[in-house]
Each structure stands twice: as structure tokens, then as C-alpha cells.
Design a protein around this ligand. Sequence first.
Ligand code: RP5
Length: 164
Amino acid sequence: MSAVTVGVVMGSSSDWETMRHAVEILREFGVAHESRVVSAHRMPDDMFAYAEAAAGRGLKAIIAGAGGAAHLPGMLASKTPVPILGVPVASRHLQGVDSLHSIVQMPRGVPVATFAIGVAGAANAALFAVAMLANEDPALRAKLDAFRARQTEAARGMQLPPKD
Ligand code: RP5
């Protein structure tokens, strides 16, 4: 089994329905990954331990999803040099605009790459992690090129009005 290179963490199991789209992309590309609940507010010591160990464990990127007062991506970024890809999860009352603002407005010097709210953001964060890893991995680059080519063909084949 190859060593885990991408961590997918989230503030709650309630985030899974969004974050599973990141995991599915990593599976599709054969990227060794792990997924865990690491709550910034409910288990802050665990969050710090995860961040502090990340580089030494060989993680190359951490995809972190959270909703509401979404401190997880930013706090991870404050404790590790491993790139953090933040996914705002749609919240019940503010539809994820709160999550987006919490994640995107990092102070200068502590970056979090912030993606779209919800499923598209989760999937794109994983595709971004794949693209980062592909810089050093020609086989993974070939898979990414093929994924893009299939997507292009699908778009070219779209018909209007759309068929069910
Ligand atoms: C955040 O609070 C989580 O990331 C989740 O999006 C939100 C609500 O969590 P639950 O109350 O559903 O566990 O920390």
C-alpha cells in the first residue's frame, strides 16, 4: 500500500455529503489518501496534532472542509507548511457564504487556497491536489490529461434542449 499523500479532513460527519466528492476524485485518480473528522472547535488539540504531524507523515496537501464558523482550514494552515485547500461547506442558515468568508479571508502570510462552496469546491480541491502531485508524477499527469479530454468531449457532445 502506498503512503498517504493527501489528507481530507472535515469539521463534522455532517460535512461528508459534500466532502465525499473530494474523496471520490482522489479514488478515481488512485491517489493515496485518508479521510477524518478533525473539528477545530470540538477537538482543537487533535487538530493541532494532525497539523503538526502532517509534513513528517509525508502529506503533500490537506483538503479541509468546514461549515459556519469554518476555522479548520485556517488553523491547520497556521500549524503546518503543507498546502491547505479549503472547502466551504454549505451551512443550514447562511448557505455557506459564512463558511466561504471564514475560509477565504486569511491574514497575509498564512495562505489557504479557497474553493467554491459545496460539491464543486470539494471536487475541484481534489482535482487541484491531483494537479499539484502531477507536477512530479508523469503517470498522474497523463490521467489528468485524459480526465480533461473526456470532459471536453462531453461538453462538445451536449445537446440543446438537454435530454433527460
Ligand atoms: C462545523 O460545524 C462543521 O464543519 C459543520 O459544517 C458544522 C456543523 O456541524 P454539526 O453540528 O453538523 O456537527 O464545525
